[in-house]
Design a protein around this ligand. Structure first.
Ligand SMILES: Nc1nc2c(c(=O)[nH]1)N[C@H]1C(S)=C(S)[C@@H](COP(=O)(O)O)O[C@H]1N2
Ligand SMILES: [Mo]
Length: 425
């Protein structure tokens, strides 16, 4: 058995000699990324431990987790940002992801009162206020109503909020990581509202969480009747406790704060409630002292995730630039990428599903000759809206705001391949 595998390896090594590569038409030209095959490589020629010994059996991992070699791929927080870990945020490691789906365990968390651990048998959803028939649902009741599956991004309105006055945090995880993109399974809110029967003067909904913060927000009825979901699953399994288990609101394209987790009550009214989260927070203070309020929609935005401060360029020649683009107004129509700080732009290659109000993946396959780069990306959505520069944004919003910073990000890539967060003056 062992002799046979050795013989196979030797044969494979012979096949992979430089000459046979050329013969097979896989030429080692400039820009190619394969390793030099003219030198013997023990990882090819020697039998390794993981081939020599049996691995774990099927009884060892009843719920799987990533390889131990991926232990750096984790959510991270910035300790000085908030006074306590219970009312705080951690960030999605965007630079480590690919495709468009965020793995559940890597979805950034934003809590105002920590993670509520709720027994689904004891969870209730109540609908009251301006309805014909106030109702209380159990989780089992909700799971017997017609359900649907949709992929949406959730972005906290404060994403990139530290960057209004200039480049701050070194890594797309920290500048852009308050976003995640998962497939939700849930019941359209319209089904529940129809069952309760809206009174003619019903104009606003108040969504209330069952966590220690009892976080609540006002939502216009029209949005509630369009695409809002009462979700109980994400990425094919029950919601994670961090994401609002057993029930959360999904408000496609609108700021994350509205996506109430551990959802326990929906009150129907004729005007907004003016809650803390929509008056002192999640309003945008302008330069003249006035505030923008009820700024629900997340405008088109994009970021290059590689290269970026946490994802240095390691090789000259062939490289893959990659990133995400998204828009709360529809789909992503085009992504432009600049390697020279916005002087020249090229159209990125969009790959994978292009979905409504979802993260969209883009690539630029390029050769790096070791020169300094100023990498930028610019998203254009299906309404024709073009992601603005940070200066364009500041002209209309000033610098007092925390929320809704969707300006173009610049990474300065140095000759050694490291990059840093910069702004062009
Ligand atoms: N009940 C409740 N819902 C909540 C919050 C909260 O603290 N409590 N935080 C809100 C904020 S500000 C955001 S950005 C999103 C974050 O969702 P996530 O933790 O799944 O990323 O949840 C929202 N829903
Ligand atoms: Mo948020």
């Amino acid at each position: 058995m062992r002799d046979k595998s050795r013989a196979d390896l030797v044969n494979r090594r012979r096949f992979l000699s430089a000459a046979s590569l050329a013969g097979a038409g896989i030429a080692m030209t400039r820009g190619a990324s394969a390793t030099d095959t003219t030198k013997p490589d023990p990882l090819i020629t020697e039998v390794q431990d993981w081939q020599r010994y049996l691995g774990d059996g099927v009884d060892k991992r009843p719920y799987g987790s990533p390889s131990k070699f991926e232990k750096n791929v984790i959510r991270r927080d910035v300790s000085w940002l908030t006074a306590s870990a219970e009312s705080s945020v951690n960030f999605t490691p965007l630079h480590e992801l690919d495709g468009i789906i965020t793995p559940s365990g890597l979805c950034f968390e934003r809590h105002h009162g920590g993670v509520a651990e709720i027994d689904p048998a004891k969870h209730r959803l109540m609908i009251n206020g301006l309805v014909e028939k106030p109702l209380v649902f159990t989780m089992d009741d909700i799971k017997r109503m017609p359900r649907t599956n949709r992929i949406y991004f959730l972005e906290c309105a404060a994403n990139s909020g530290m960057e209004w006055r200039g480049a701050q945090l070194n890594g797309c995880q920290f500048t852009h990581g308050m976003v995640h993109n998962v497939m939700y399974t849930g019941v359209p809110l319209k089904v529940v509202l129809d069952e309760a029967g809206l009174r003619p003067n019903a104009k606003w909904l108040m969504l209330e969480g069952g966590d220690a913060s009892g976080m609540n927000r006002s939502l216009p009825v029209e949005k509630g009747l369009s695409d809002v979901l009462l979700a109980f699953a994400m990425n094919g399994e029950a919601l994670r406790p961090e994401q609002g288990y057993p029930l959360r609101a999904v408000i496609p394209g609108w700021e994350g704060n509205l996506w109430v987790k551990w959802l326990r009550r929906i009150e129907v009214g004729d005007q907004p409630w003016q809650t803390r989260e929509e008056t002192s927070k999640y309003t945008d203070l302008l330069a003249d002292g006035r505030s923008r309020k009820h700024t629900f929609i997340m405008d088109a935005k994009s970021v290059v995730t590689s290269p970026s401060p946490q994802a240095p360029l390691k090789y000259k020649g062939r490289n893959v630039l990659s990133g995400f683009a998204w828009s709360g107004r529809g789909t992503i129509q085009r992504v432009d990428v600049s390697l020279d700080g916005g002087r020249n732009w090229q159209t990125a290659r969009i790959d994978g599903p292009v979905l409504d109000k979802s993260l969209t993946r883009f690539y630029v396959d390029f050769d790096w000759n070791g020169e300094e780069l100023m990498v930028q990306s610019r998203a254009i959505d299906s309404t024709g809206y073009v992601q603005p520069t940070k200066d364009e944004l500041r002209k209309v919003r000033g610098v007092n705001s925390i929320y809704h910073n969707n300006g173009i990000q610049t990474w300065l890539v140095h000759r050694n391949g490291d990059s840093e967060n910069v702004e062009l003056g």
